[in-house]
Design a protein around this ligand. Sequence first.
Ligand SMILES: [Fe+2]
Ligand SMILES: [Fe+2]
Length: 148
Amino acid sequence: MSGGEAELFLSMKRYDLAHAMTVAGRLRDDPILQKAALLHDAGKLSSNLGLITRWLYTMLELLMPRRLLSMVEEVDAEAVGQRPLERARSLSGSWKRGLYAQSHHGEIAAELLSGLGSEEDLIQMVACHQEDPSSERARRLRAVDDRF
Ligand SMILES: [Fe+2]
Ligand SMILES: [Fe+2]
């Protein structure tokens, strides 16, 4: 891990760090995958995403997934900018920014890692970790991520 990547990792919230370490611990046989596991949720920046928004998001995901989807679509339509970080910051109101950050945290992490000069493989895996896995590696990351 480069100095910048280590700094990004250490800037994560304690519960994200614990989750990342657990996921990485199950993927020790593949160094790139292990690094992706450590950094995959680094887009959940505390500057964009508060604890209450995270909790609300999880509740809506469980109880009202369709409502959540339409809220995410509304917020997406309101966001302005080319890149995910810029789009998150364009939203006024902490819950809107939080909703955007939570639903796009993979892309936000990928943008941060790309700025740090991380490997393209790693960036791709992190960017898409919430979506349908496009490779065997991504499938493994998704499977372990979903379990913890
Ligand atoms: Fe994630
Ligand atoms: Fe995760």
